[in-house]
Design a protein around this ligand. Structure first.
Ligand code: TYD
Length: 138
């Protein structure tokens, strides 16, 4: 998968004077079985998250409140996505470098993952990532 193939996915939304509702289903809007859900919140101004790739884990990110940018890099090209609606989702296949930055105040990133937490699945060194990408190891 290369960054050109990655797009923001618009999720179902039910606009209602009582308040709006959106949802996701595994193997549907999220194209994998969800094994884990985590969230990032209380991000101080100017801080970044991410800065790694996964060998196997696929992820799906929603900005439940506020907004932030996600930059995906495939070793050749990068693309930055603005997640700032709670009915937008970003699917990140395995083997892609990601950075999350420019979090707005009170933003809340909800992340669905295709694997349980495994520190060995992380590639945290960008040069190592580029080497693995060019070797076809990931
Ligand atoms: P990390 O993945 O480095 O955060 P980032 O979103 O910036 O990439 O995770 C930060 C810490 O949280 C790390 O010590 C491991 C822990 N952690 C878990 O225990 N379980 C999880 O599912 C995740 C995502 C992180």
């Amino acid at each position: 998968m290369v960054v050109e193939d990655i797009k923001i996915i618009e999720l179902p939304k039910f606009m209602d004077p009582r308040g709006n509702l959106s949802f996701v289903e595994q193997n549907n809007h999220i194209p994998f079985e969800i094994k884990r859900t985590y969230w990032i919140y209380d991000v101080p101004g100017g801080e970044n998250r991410g800065g790694h790739a996964f060998r196997e884990t696929e992820e799906f990110i929603v900005a439940i409140s506020g907004g932030f940018e996600v930059t995906i890099n495939d070793g050749n090209n990068s693309k930055t996505f603005q997640l700032n609606r709670s009915y937008y989702g970003l699917y990140i296949p395995k083997g892609l470098w990601r950075e999350m930055e420019n979090f707005s105040t009170n933003s809340f990133a909800l992340e669905f993952a295709s694997t349980g937490y495994n520190p060995d699945d992380y590639i945290r060194n960008y040069n190592e990532y580029l080497r693995m990408k060019s070797n076809g190891e990931i």
